[in-house]
Design a protein around this ligand. Structure first.
Ligand code: BGC
Length: 379
């Protein structure tokens, strides 16, 4: 199974989950109020990115996904911090100097405190506020990367924060969920226009969490499965179809309606079902855009399942490519262990293990299995 030439291989992370020292956003505030675990210094990636990128390079990666922390760039409304821009310029340059193509997310779940205090994406002006931030970053850093994602997983963020009530802003209100989702669609579209106006050559998209939905043969379950699939997987993507140059696709979950077999589970309790990625990639073909798998990974503290997980999911990615799906890259989640949101540091997704006492990094055996796939370009 050979992967196409020029395929991008890497791993992903996000600012709040790894950088450390971020206190000025809604998650840090929620931690101070005892509602979510404290993130603190995390993996101190903010100071150790050079050494971390050396590890990524040594593992054969040729791309890397990361995010910019909005609360660092715009600590108060309309006051932008040039020093932090310079920090991220160095980060992006140190990726490129190592031959790692940067994939940059502008917003990965955490909101500056001033914005969340104004209602976040419930604020009527949220799209303009968000697009202004994106425009600023691109005007400063647009030349430092080709691939930009405005939003990470809009529906995951909105459903856990506004329906399940487990993430900031801890609401349980389906109407707010719907309102906020529509604001996110508009926010993305406006940001897309502003970014393209500055540099039409940049590739701009979002990272979308899609699920493999299936059902047993009961007609009712088939109808529910198809309806939920449309809502979760396609409503947002269809709405922004004319405002994205590629599809960033995050894949973790399977949801079956009706009876079905039991599948082995990850430490998050999620089904391990590699062929799911094949079916969801096939579904994404309808958008006729290049697809990058911007996240796929497993919480596996003992590293006993990760190597097979990566190989088996990649076999199914290859199967999709053979089938004509235009997949151009794969980012394992996560480059290293990190702050797994409401679970804190307990879940271990990393190719690289982090000792949170000493901050020492240790490459897990599965990372070398992934390295071999990358270097040979085949499974
Ligand atoms: C998110 C990551 C998260 C991962 C594992 C994705 O939903 O983008 O931030 O750590 O899944 O749960």
């Amino acid at each position: 199974m050979l992967f196409p030439k020029g395929f991008l291989w890497g791993a992903a992370s996000a600012s709040y989950q790894v950088e450390g020292g971020i206190e000025n956003n809604d998650w840090a505030q929620a931690a101070r109020e005892g509602k979510v675990p404290v993130c603190g210094k995390a993996t101190d990636h903010y100071n150790r990115y050079e050494a971390d990128f050396d590890i990524a390079k040594s593992l054969g990666h040729n791309a890397h996904r990361l995010s910019i922390e909005w609360s660092r760039i715009e600590p108060e409304e309309s006051r932008f911090n040039e020093d932090e821009i310079e920090h991220y310029r160095k980060v992006l340059r140190s990726l490129r100097s190592r031959g790692l193509e940067p994939f940059v997310t502008l917003w990965h779940f955490t909101l500056p405190l001033w914005f969340s205090n104004k209602g976040g994406f419930q604020n009527p002006n949220a799209p303009e506020i968000f697009a202004r931030y994106c425009e600023y970053v691109i005007s400063k850093l647009g030349n430092e990367a080709n691939f930009w994602m405005t939003i990470n997983e809009p529906l995951v963020w909105a459903s856990i924060g506004y329906v399940a009530g487990k993430w900031p802003p801890f609401k349980k209100n389906i109407f707010s969920f719907h309102f906020v989702t529509n604001k996110l669609i508009n926010a993305h579209k406006l940001a897309y226009h502003k970014i393209k106006k500055i540099n039409p050559n940049l590739s701009v998209g979002i990272a979308k969490h899609n699920i493999f939905f299936d059902s047993d043969y009961w007609p009712w379950n088939i109808v529910i499965s198809k309806t939920v699939c449309w809502y979760w997987n396609h409503r947002f993507l269809s709405a922004i179809d004319n405002h994205q140059d590629f599809i960033g696709f995050n894949f973790y979950n399977h949801r079956r309606f009706g009876n079905g077999p039991d599948y082995p589970k990850t430490e998050m309790g999620w089904d391990i079902l590699p062929e799911g990625i094949f079916y969801v990639l096939q579904e994404l073909q309808r958008y006729n855009k290049p697809i990058y798998i911007t996240e796929n990974g497993i919480a596996d503290s003992t590293d006993t399942k990760r190597a097979d997980f990566i190989s088996n999911y990649l076999k199914n990615v290859h199967r999709a490519i053979n089938d004509g799906v235009d997949v151009r890259g794969y980012f394992y989640w996560s480059f290293m262990d990190n702050y797994e949101w409401a679970y804190g540091f307990e879940k271990r997704f990393g190719l690289v293990e982090v000792n949170y006492e000493t901050l020492e990094r240790k490459i897990r055996p599965s990372a070398f299995v992934y390295k071999k796939i990358i270097e040979t370009g085949k499974i």
